[in-house]
Write a protein that binds this ligand. Structure first.
Ligand code: SAM
Length: 293
């Protein structure tokens, strides 16, 4: 099994140590966080949600020893209200969102990775229709430009959109490697190797956001979560890029103004030196936490 190392887990354990009752882990993944939370706090029960079938399968195995302290549901987290209705709960005592993709999604030939030759898929939920292949091969040039610029914050977006369209006229772009090679052509040679991050990172992030409707999901789920929290319940969100973090920050601010949330992290918490040594991919993680008033 491919291990996913839970980001900022010490901080999450600390925030959840006094919770009594139900916590929704809205991004269950391989249950890294959930396992540690259940083990460290005997008064907590978890409703785990993920829209990826493989996550549901491995998390169910991993958490089986906690028996009736765990309920697992396959769902997109924008539908958390429906999930709670199904399990007969009106309110819960906490929410955890650990945004983005799991290590197994990146490493298991799911079309998220430009390091290998994989079919351009990028769906977290394999039962959904839209794939990265559809986005890359059917969206108009100006749509691709807008997506790559807005969701990738990519300065070479115009060139990348143009090259995608030029290339797909000759032959459909089918694999992650083919797309990555097109993106690289738009980077000046001096920047191709000098940067710490691969030139295709931002374009892949942008397309993944579109395929999985990621930003709308966050906005909707956070607004619903605030209204599904008991007094003093916590919302904890770990984000991995500035677009996600901005949504979380603005959402917390809005609910603070409405006197529904108290913000517990004036600045987001980032991984300690120790965690960065143990788990370098945690470096972009940012945790924001708020309490229901
Ligand atoms: C970073 S991983 C979570 C890892 C987990 N915290 C752990 O420690 O193992 C994010 C997970 O959230 C899921 N996910 C992302 N967006 C989702 C959404 N809108 N609805 C449901 N699940 C989502 C992904 O499928 C992935 O498994």
């Amino acid at each position: 099994m491919i291990e996913h190392y839970p980001v900022l887990y010490r901080e999450i354990i600390n925030f959840t140590k006094d919770i009594e009752g139900w916590l929704v882990d809205a991004t269950l993944g391989g249950a890294g966080h959930s396992y540690l939370i259940l083990e460290s706090n005997p008064n907590i029960k978890i409703i785990g949600i993920d829209r990826d079938d493989y996550a549901i399968e491995i998390a169910s195995q991993r958490l089986s020893k906690f028996k009736d302290r765990v309920i697992i549901k396959k769902s997109a987290f924008k539908d958390i209200d429906k999930v709670l209705q199904e399990v007969g709960l009106e309110k819960v005592n906490g929410f955890l969102f650990d945004l983005g993709v799991s290590t197994f999604q990146l490493k298991m030939d799911r079309g998220f990775s430009f390091q290998r030759e994989e079919f351009l898929d990028m769906r977290m939920d394999k039962s959904q229709y839209l794939t990265a292949y559809d986005v890359v091969n059917t969206f108009k040039e100006y749509e691709l430009f807008k997506i790559i610029k807005e969701y990738g914050e990519e300065r070479f977006a115009r060139c990348i959109a143009k090259k995608i369209v030029e290339n797909r006229k000759k032959k459909k772009i089918e694999t992650t490697k083919e797309l990555a090679d097109i993106v690289i052509q738009c980077y000046p040679p001096s920047l191709r190797r000098s940067s710490k991050i691969h030139p295709a990172t931002k374009t892949f992030q942008a397309i993944r956001i579109v395929v999985n409707d990621e930003l709308n999901q966050i906005e909707t789920a956070l607004s619903k979560a605030v209204n599904l929290l008991e007094k003093n319940g916590l919302i904890m969100v770990i984000s991995f890029h500035s677009l996600e973090d901005r949504i979380v920050k603005n959402c917390f601010k809005r609910f603070k103004e409405l006197k529904l949330l108290e913000i517990l992290t004036k600045k987001p918490i980032t991984p300690s030196e120790e965690e960065l040594r143990e788990n370098p991919p945690s470096r972009s993680g940012k945790l924001r936490v708020a309490r229901r008033v």
